[in-house]
Design a protein around this ligand. Structure first.
Ligand SMILES: N[C@@H](CCC(=O)N[C@@H](CS)C(=O)NCC(=O)O)C(=O)O
Length: 263
């Protein structure tokens, strides 16, 4: 059995979940507790970041390393093209997606949480008492922005991230208006990286993830709802429908992390 140590809302974990589903591999998700669980993860893997994959005695960290490991150990269906040109494009797009979409989408997500009280309260668990939800909703965005600035996630940094993401989505839409997948006629690591890393730009509307109903199909205003990026989000919906495993109805969003157990 494969075990994926993860955060449900982590785009790098979604990239790995896409790859595992594409290769039709069964796996168990282990939700890591931020903080204390990451210390346990450090003992297991030498890193505090998710995703981490455990396959028997093998422990693999980092989404790119995990993708390469899975391709070596479970070669069919292939994730990386054999054709040299396509392979080069695939590896380049994957590395670019990690660095650009992954990093900028995190900033844009924090920016949207700061700006929109309803978005902020919708990531709270269903059982959260109403008074707490409205409290979270009513914290002034300016105050959160100020806190964010101290963490390098303030208004200016968010604006820059949104500008970069618009350029990324435009470039991807141009490619996808002319091809079914990013490097040709078959999906590759490039597609699953881009689709996974764009998770928080717009959450998929299907039952692929254990997230609150209110979040499904929602995303960052100006990106998720802009018709200029319809080609991109339609391509991603198709990728979800064709390759991502449907988990069935998950009506009781419970983000309570399972404390990870390390032998
Ligand atoms: N390069 C890593 C990035 C993974 C990453 O940034 N993970 C984030 C969650 S999306 C994380 O674990 N953050 C917690 C931390 O850095 O302590 C990969 O590709 O797996």
């Amino acid at each position: 059995m494969l075990y994926l140590y993860q955060f449900e809302l982590c785009p790098y974990c979604e990239k790995v979940r896409f790859i595992l589903d594409y290769k039709r591999l069964d796996y168990s998700k282990i939700e890591v507790t931020p903080g204390v669980g990451q210390l346990e993860l450090l003992r297991l893997s030498g890193k505090t970041q998710v995703p981490v994959l455990k396959d028997g005695e093998s422990i693999i960290t980092d989404s790119t390393e995990i993708a390469n490991y899975l391709e070596r150990k479970y070669p069919e269906p292939a994730l990386i093209p054999r054709d040299a040109l396509q392979k080069g494009q695939c590896l380049l797009i994957e590395a670019w997606a990690d660095a650009s979409i992954g990093v900028n989408s995190r900033k844009a997500f924090v920016g949207a949480l700061n700006q929109y009280g309803n978005f902020r309260s919708s990531i709270l668990p269903r059982e959260t008492p109403d008074f707490l939800k409205s409290l979270v909703r009513s914290v002034p965005g300016e105050l959160l922005d100020l806190v964010g600035t101290g963490l390098g996630l303030g208004g200016e940094s968010v604006k820059e991230a949104l500008k970069n993401l618009k350029q990324d989505l435009e470039a991807l839409s141009l490619i996808l208006a002319n091809r079914p997948y990013l490097t040709g006629s078959q999906p590759t690591l490039a597609d699953f990286a881009v689709a996974g890393l764009s998770l928080t730009l717009k959450f998929p509307s299907g039952t692929y993830l254990n997230i609150p109903e209110e979040l499904k199909g929602k995303g960052i205003p100006g990106l998720a709802d802009h018709s200029a990026y319809d080609v991109f989000f339609n391509w991603r919906d198709r990728l979800y429908a064709d390759y991502r495993k449907d988990q069935g109805p998950t009506n009781n969003f419970d983000p309570t992390p399972t404390s990870i157990e390390i032998n």
